[in-house]
Structure formats: C-alpha cells, structure tokens
Design a binder for this molecule. Structure first.
Ligand SMILES: [Zn+2]
Length: 70
C-alpha cells in the first residue's frame, strides 16, 4: 500500500539501462559477458563500437597500456 514514495519513472529508466542488450563472448579469454542497454547507449553516444572483450580483459588491457607509457 505505501510504495508510492519512490519515483516510478526513475526506477523504470534504471531497470531499462540494466537490461541485457547483447550477449558476447570475449575475444581474449572466451568468457561470456553481457552488454547492458545502458552500456550500449554509452558506447553509441560516443560513436564507439561495442566492446569485444569482457570487463576484466578490458581492465587488464587498460593497465598494460598504462604501463607501456613508462
Ligand atoms: Zn576476457
């Protein structure tokens, strides 16, 4: 009866962003990972392609790239 306090519109948008847009297999380690609608929107709004690697491989590559600068 008293769930009227939370804003339903914001909840709906958040849920949509978390919804699975695509399932992919990581190019590097073969792990299945998902791309949410929110992520896909983030990449598309920057004109980027959706990632081909799982989050942990992306992170690893970022670290390696940073180290190469030294
Ligand atoms: Zn991976």
């Amino acid at each position: 009866m008293s769930k009227k306090n939370s804003a339903p519109e914001i909840d709906a948008r958040k849920n949509q962003d978390d919804a699975v847009r695509e399932r992919r297999t990581c190019k590097d380690c073969g792990t299945c990972f998902i791309i949410t609608i929110g992520e896909a929107n983030w990449y598309e709004s920057r004109g980027l392609k959706l990632p081909a690697r799982c989050p942990s491989c992306r992170k690893k590559r970022r670290v390696l790239a940073g180290n190469e600068k030294n």
